[in-house]
Design a protein around this ligand. Structure first.
Ligand SMILES: NC(=[NH2+])NCCC[C@H](N)C(=O)O
Length: 354
């Protein structure tokens, strides 16, 4: 049975595999044993610590098949995207260039380096065994983090953000990088992506251009890549939009991938999640019901699974003994449940100051 739980030391090898096989490779999940070891230790500190407000905690989760002791995926929450170093993005802006004398008025789109997303809580470092792509296990892994945040709101920011890997062409090159970053770093996109994950990021501030980029001066391929996700992440973006995230004006500084944001209270998982006492029933006696994400209420022993949203007439959530055991709950204990199915996505740019 599949369950999402906090990462533990014994997951190191599995994490390394997931980092190596992420498509594309992720800066936030470097395939580097030492960094991953630090990541695990840091996550254990976060889960075990008394935290009153978000700082530089990283909470790393894994999707595990507990009956087979197999780790199938991982995902992380960074309590504050830019807690120690700033979190860099490009913010899309409009400038007006007008001359009365010449009777011209032009609107020019620009990208300006920004640290605005630094305060947001970041959902990141998602990698899943490809066998499970498109299954409910993928939603479980992605959204279990929201079930966790819903329970411990004081540990996270009111604004949540997700940065999706940006568009790469058939040759695995980033047209945005080729038109922008390449001129300043003289390295391939893949190299820089890796370096940003294993070293400090101060080099970004030192080497990236300080002035806004004028979009008409970029190649058409680069312009077309702005706010466009990597082809392997289309469904993931779709799911987050259905969850209630909206496209922000921010994009990644290397590949121009989209950054979506939301006030957490607006997300479907937060709005629909409800507490229910558990009632244990034999498998055959469980009524048919819609699938739900179900999480226990144990910080360091957090567990989230997919079960049926079968409520008794008095509002108890009916679980099989096996499900209850996976969650580590006994009859009468409260669990948090939210429907697995999301409404259809609306894809809109947030017009406010998100
Ligand atoms: N795709 C990338 N590797 N981008 C570089 C890192 C940028 C990221 N927003 C940060 O500040 O951490």
């Amino acid at each position: 049975m599949l369950v999402v739980r906090p990462v533990k030391a014994a997951d190191l090898m599995a994490l390394e595999q997931l980092a190596e096989h992420a498509v594309p490779r992720l800066t936030n999940l470097p395939a580097n044993r030492e960094r991953l070891q630090e990541r695990i230790a840091r996550s254990q500190d976060a889960f075990n610590g008394d935290v009153e407000f978000p700082e530089d905690e990283h909470y790393t989760f894994v999707l595990a098949d507990d009956s087979r002791e197999e780790v199938l995926g991982t995902a992380t929450i960074r309590a504050q995207a830019g807690a120690n170093e700033a979190y860099y993005t490009y913010r899309q802006e409009t400038l007006i260039h007008a001359s009365q004398q010449l009777n011209v008025r032009r609107e020019v789109q620009t990208l300006a380096l920004s640290h605005e997303v630094s305060d947001a809580t970041l959902l990141c470092a998602f990698s899943l065994n490809p066998r499970y792509k498109g299954t409910s296990a993928e939603s479980l892994l992605r959204r279990a983090r929201l079930m966790f945040i819903a329970q411990y709101p004081e540990r996270f920011s009111r604004i949540l953000a997700v940065a999706f890997p940006g568009y790469l062409d058939a040759r695995n090159e980033s047209p945005f990088w080729e038109s922008v970053g390449r001129h300043f770093f003289a390295r391939s996109f893949q190299d820089m992506n890796h370096i940003a994950g294993v070293r400090s990021k101060s080099f970004i501030a030192e080497v990236m251009p300080q002035f806004p980029l004028y979009l008409p001066l970029l190649t058409p391929q680069a312009r077309a890549a702005i706010g466009r996700e990597h082809p392997a992440h289309e469904e993931a973006l779709e799911e987050m939009l259905a969850e209630g995230f909206v496209r922000s004006r921010h994009v990644d500084i290397f590949d121009a991938g989209p950054i979506v944001k939301a006030e957490r209270e607006r997300l479907e998982t937060f709005r629909s999640a409800a507490w229910h006492p558990v009632r244990i029933r034999p498998e055959h006696a469980l009524p048919d019901a819609e699938p739900a994400l179900v999480a226990n209420q144990k910080l360091g022993e957090f567990r989230c699974i997919v079960a049926r949203y079968a409520l008794s007439p008095t509002g108890q959530l009916m679980l099989s003994a096996e499900h209850a055991e996976r969650l580590g709950v006994t009859e009468g204990r409260a669990v948090l449940a939210a429907p697995l199915t999301l409404p259809t996505a609306v894809d809109a740019l947030d017009e406010g100051e998100m």
